[in-house]
Every structure is written in C-alpha cells, then in structure tokens.
Design a protein around this ligand. Structure first.
Ligand code: ADQ
Length: 503
C-alpha cells in the first residue's frame, strides 16, 4: 500500500517535505558525446533540438517541475556552453520563487578542486565530486533522497509514483526499470528480481553469454509490474481534485489533505508482450546517506551501472525496481536512436504528447517569433515550428524547428530540419551569398530525404541529399560538414552545402 498524508499542490501533487528530495541531472560526458557526433560537435546531447522548438533537456526539466521536484542540480562535465546557455535563458536561475520558494535550478560545472584534481569520467565519479557540496550546502541539510537522472532521454513521466514507491518500500536504492525484449538487452543494465520487485542481481550491458542467466519469465516479471501499477494508481487518485470522500479517505487537492491510501489490486496491461528481460533506464533514487557512504567507501568506483549498483546489492542494501510506464528512449546510443525518436513524434499516437494539459506543460525557450508562413506549401504528417517561411514546397513526415526558410520547389521527406537560431538579416554577413555560401535555409529545387539538418545550415539550390548509394557511415565530406551515420545524412551546425551538391 502507498501512503502520503502530506501537503498537496493545487494540481493535487504531493509537495515533498521541505528539502527532502533533490534531483541530480547528468548533463553529458565525453564518451556519449563521441557516440552522437556530429550532432554533439558543439554541444552535449541534452541541448540538441528535439521535436521542433524544444531541446532534449526540456523534456526532463518539464518532468521534474511538473512532478513537484524543485531542487535541481545539473552536472556538466564537457562541452557545456550550449547547455548552460539554454538553461540560463529558459529556466529561472535567480531566486527560485517560481519553483515554490525553496526551489532552485543550479548548473554545477565540473572543475578541478582541492578535493579532486582530475576530471571525472563516469557517472558516479561526477556525482562524487559534488556530493560534499550537496551535503554541505545549508539549503540541502534535510535531503533524504537523491534522484539521479540522465539528461539525454526522451519520455514524459510523472516521478510522483516512483518517489512514493521508493519511500513506501523503504528502499535504499530504487532503480527505474522497464521490461525489454532480447534485442535491446545487451545495451542496458539488466536486473534480476525477486517476488517483491527487489533486485537480487544487476549486470551492466551483459555480454551475450550472460543473457540466459538474466532472462525472466512473465511470471517472474509480474510482481514488479503490479507494484509499479499500484503506485501509479495511487498517484492518479491523489491527482483527482475534489474526489468524493471515500471510506477512510477524503478530499484530495489543495492544502494539507487527509490521508489517501490505495492498496487494491490493479490490472495487468503492460503494452510490451513477451519481454524476457528487465532493463535499467539509468534513473535512480538513492537514500542520500547510502549514496554518500557508497561513494566515499568505494573511491575507485566510477560508474553507477558497473560499480555502485552491484556493490549496493552485494553489501545487502535494499535495492528495488520500479517500472517506468509509457514511451521511453535513450537517444544517447547513436544518431539512429535520435532519428528514430524524432520520427516517433509523427505517429497518430505520438511518443510524446507535447499538447499536455496547461497544469503540466512542456517548458521551452520562450521564442518571440511569428507564426510560420505557408506560401503554397503542402504538408503531411509533420511538426512545423514558428518563424518559418515555406514557399511552394512539399514537407512530408518531417520535424521542422524554428525559422525554417524553405523553397520554392523543395521536397523534404523523413527529415529533421532544426531550423535557425536567428534570421539572416539580423546579423552582419561574414561572406556575401554565392553558390558556395547560400542563404540560411533550403534553396530552390532541392530534395532532402532521410536527413538531419542541424541549426543555421545553408543548403543551396538544386541540392540532392538522399543517400542515393545507401551508405551506412561516411566522413568523406567532413570538410563541408556533411556526414552519414546509421544511413542518415547529418549536416552539421552552420554548414554550407553548395548549389548542385548531390549525395
Ligand atoms: P549509458 O547511457 O550507456 O547506460 P553512460 O554513457 O555512462 O551510460 O551515461 C549515462 C548518462 O550520464 C548519460 O546521460 C551521459 O550523458 C551522462 N554522463 C556520463 N558521464 C558524465 C559526466 N562525467 N558528467 C555528466 N554527465 C555524464 C546507462 C546505465 C545503464 C542503463 C542505460 C539506460 O549505465 O545501466 O541501462 O543508461 O539507457
């Protein structure tokens, strides 16, 4: 049973007891940036544009703020200028008033210090660097739990039931997991569960020969799904404002409400039939003291998946699994992951519903640009952001970011066009326009299929970017800022693709 009798916000969400929970966001390291090159040539993955006007990190920030988690530290260790700039411009970093008075968002940039001369190169090492800061900081004196989250995942979630479940089970560590099929298993940390959803083993990205020992039957996975569904049902009930008083329960929503308890059996409706593994999402909730002790007592442990979690289980701490429902994608594996997650936004039932209720919006940089002008455009199954001008062109199954200047007679199909962060006329031109330095946008007569075009690119006239030879990976045109990764053409930020280029 799940039990919360504390204060509820106007949206009916628990207000976590003052200071008792802090979030630590992993803002990106060097290794994962290499995997996502060239999108990460000038930035880490979290600030990469996604879904038109958003950045990947906006999904996580929205999840946190909408879940009432208002103390957020974002750890940056590498190439962090773009992330810092986006966070500074988008979120209030000054006094925390919008986050409930005692809330704040802080970017914590890794730096050599008297405690540590070396740059960290692992998820646990970078948290260790700042642990004394979290604990020593007077604002954080009462922290009970630390929620650790990667900044490069695509999903929409309410963390309320996860936190409730963590506290209700009295876990020292809760690992947020999902049932996964065999083809994904070796890419993740896999867990073995007992009948109370307690984790008895954790293996980070197991070699194929270890997989049989980690597979789980439907019967073994069932209790884990059921316990997570109970927490979700509890949180959903708590969010129904003005709910008629139930026996032993009462009105929920606004002010400090009487206790709500839900412990009924819930139905099994997991959408993923026949998964045979349970994989970690890399989202963890630690009891602060346990995390602090583990990081100190294991000074050589660099990674949560490889070192800290297995040690936590071995030392007998209570480690639980919680099932994250709905769509979730780690887009940090390869360019194909990012592309697939972008295309999933275009389905009839999109992977992420950006038109969320006003009470739990998706936050983004507040652009002050006008509606996009469609001047003879034909669009189907696409997302089009503001500030663009599309002239006599066809846009099919594509995601368009802000200020896309396209046409005339252009075909864009199955593409992510990130747009531009300024209009050309707003800035003095370094070079006059020419066939090798076309204007920002996509010029007359061009055809783009299956491409990702980063910000501020200049695609000339009569350019064909379709990967006509079906190449999987290529750096042949790197000097021009043109790459192929996972069969997808990627044009790097600020690149100029001359008139008549064919690829
Ligand atoms: P990976 O995603 O492969 O697996 P990793 O590349 O170490 O793990 O990165 C985890 C997150 O931490 C990423 O968001 C990354 O950007 C960030 N990060 C890494 N080093 C950092 C540093 N020094 N400073 C700041 N941020 C840093 C992890 C888990 C698996 C789990 C998968 C789920 O290890 O167990 O299954 O996530 O995708």
């Amino acid at each position: 049973s799940f039990d919360y009798d504390g204060e509820l916000s106007r949206q009916g969400r628990p207000v976590w007891p003052r200071g008792s929970l802090t979030a630590v966001v992993l803002g990106g390291g060097e290794t994962d940036s290499r995997r996502l090159f060239p999108l990460t040539q000038y930035r880490t993955l979290p600030p990469v544009p996604f879904g038109g006007p958003y950045r990947i990190i906006d999904l996580l920030m929205s999840n946190l703020l909408n879940s009432g988690v208002n103390k957020i530290h974002i750890l940056t260790a590498y190439n962090s200028y773009s992330l810092n700039r986006h966070l500074q411009r988008t979120y209030d970093m000054t006094c925390g008033v919008p986050y409930g008075g005692d809330g704040y968002i802080e970017v914590v940039a890794e730096t050599p210090s008297p405690d540590s001369q070396a740059w960290s190169n692992g998820t646990a090492s970078c948290v260790r660097q700042f642990m004394s800061y979290f604990e020593g900081n007077t604002k954080n004196r009462f922290i009970e739990d630390v929620l650790i989250l990667p900044g490069d995942h695509v999903y929409s979630a309410d963390y309320t039931p996860i936190i409730l479940s963590h506290r209700a089970t009295g876990a020292d560590l809760t690992v947020v997991c999902r049932p996964v099929a065999g083809d994904q298993a070796s890419r993740l940390g896999l867990v073995k569960l007992d009948s109370a959803a307690r984790i008895s083993a954790f293996v980070e990205k197991p070699r194929p020969e270890l997989l049989p020992a980690l597979s789980m039957s439907d019967e073994e996975i069932r209790p884990f799904l059921r316990s997570s569904q109970q927490a979700e049902a509890f949180a959903a009930a708590a969010q129904q404002r003005q709910r008629p008083a139930a026996k032993g329960g009462a009105r929920v929503g606004g002010g400090r409400g009487p206790r709500v308890v839900l412990d009924s059996q819930t139905s099994m409706d997991d959408p993923n039939p026949g998964p045979s593994f349970v994989g970690s999402t890399g989202i963890y909730i630690f009891r602060r003291q346990v995390l602090s002790d583990l990081l100190q007592s294991l000074p050589r442990a660099r990674d949560f998946g490889r070192d800290i979690i297995p040690a936590c289980i071995e030392q007998g701490f209570k480690v639980h699994a919680y099932r994250l429902p709905g769509y979730w994608a780690d887009v940090g594996g390869c360019i194909g992951d990012y592309y697939t997650a972008s295309m999933a936004l275009l389905k009839d039932h999109p992977s992420v519903e950006f038109n969320a209720p006003i009470s739990s919006p998706f936050f983004k940089y507040p652009l002050t640009i006008p509606a996009s002008a469609m001047r003879g455009a034909r669009l189907s199954r696409s997302l089009v952001s503001a500030g663009g001008i599309i002239t006599d062109s066809r846009i099919e199954h594509s995601v368009l970011g802000p200020r896309c200047i396209i046409g005339p007679n252009v075909l864009v199909e199955d593409c992510v066009i990130m747009g531009a962060d300024h209009y050309e006329h707003e800035r003095p031109q370094a070079k006059p326009h020419s066939p090798s330095n076309p204007p920002i946008g996509i010029g007359e007569g061009s055809v783009l299929k299956g491409a990702i075009v980063d910000l501020n690119c200049r695609i000339g006239k009569n350019v064909t970017l379709v990967n006509k030879d079906g190449v999987f990976e290529s750096n042949e045109r790197a000097v021009q800022g043109i790459y192929i990764r996972d069969g997808i053409i990627v044009i790097t930020r600020d690149a100029a693709v001359p008139d008549g280029t064919v690829l």
